[in-house]
Design a protein around this ligand. Sequence first.
Ligand code: ADP
Length: 399
Amino acid sequence: MKILTINCGSSSIKYQLFDMADESVLAKGLLERLGTEQVSLCHQAKGAVVQPSCSAEDHRDGLGLILASLVHRDYGVIERIEQIKAVGHRVVHGGEEFSGAVRIDPKVIRAIENCAQLAPLHNRPNLAGITAAQMALGSAVQVAVFDTAFHSTLKKVAFIYALPYEWYEQYGIRRYGFHGTSHQYVAASAAEMLGRPLNELNLITAHLGNGCSITAIRRGKSVDHSMGLTPAEGLVMGTRGGDMDPAIVFHLAANSDMSLEQINEALQHRSGLLGISGLSNDMRDIVQAGEDGQERARLALEIFVHRLKKYIGAYMALLGEVDGLVFTGGIGENSAVVRSKAVANLERFGLRLDGKANEAVAQGQAKEISAADSEVKILVIPTNEELLIARQTLALVGS
Ligand code: ADP
């Protein structure tokens, strides 16, 4: 069974074609800058990378280019597009409507449209991808996999903000949670690594990429999470600052010459590691600049880790007992310095790092990095959201 996964941004499409017989990736790629003169497609298949020249106005054209690459005479991996039996779409916001993946029908589309108010920058492109795939791959089963679904197990105590309760009822103001496919994937992998059933495990999973979030998992279920109504809350991220006093917005609106829109733009795109350092949103640059003596880069790293550590501590308190702490995402998987700072001096709480193992994690490797006597296992697990989307799609194909 061949399954295509699609992840649409406002001007991009990420894709992977899986052969689910052995979960191998036949081809994958990224189409960027849709609707501009500089559209680019980077297609990887059969051990080679090709960048065919192309033009595409919208997601429909873009998907056409991707499908043409998949069946291309030289670098294609299938003969006919009808061999793709199902398409798994990443959809960012499923609101309260969806607690798992679903086959897409007109009712599902309407529900995703309704959720678009909560995440317009994400759900609208996701819908464009769904429409394009329905047109181009009419016979394939279309499945939506939601970033929010894994957190549908949050109880009111974790998802209601301490604000007028009517705001929840009237406007849907609550914590939804994001990066759900990543947290769910690494939690399942952690259970495999620890050789125990997931529904017996308490875990803290930290997804640290451009966006960063952390989840408290009790007996396999998400019980608290750092992101909220939108992916802006919680940890320090590449360009988002995470937790802050809401009064800052009103103070700036009253006392600066910035409009609300400009303030929002700065909160989304000019804060976080970039905002503090004034240099970069990329952790590699931040670490390097800090080592080179740039004070604000050093400060950005310290603030990033300080916040992360606060959440680890909070979730340990919430869970009571913790079996494993998992690091994933580009930073979580690759930055030994972030991992070691995040768990430094937590021995009394049962976290003891094996410094050598931490330094020796190879790229793409899943590895235990805690000392043998650490009560809480510390794990590095590369995330694979596409594989989880493909697995959940496969599970629905027969239904
Ligand atoms: P996204 O959230 O967009 O999927 P990634 O999960 O790829 O992003 O994470 C991107 C982040 O990972 C960047 O901040 C980047 O600096 C960081 N990163 C990647 N490799 C390393 C590394 N070797 N050391 C430190 N940080 C790294």
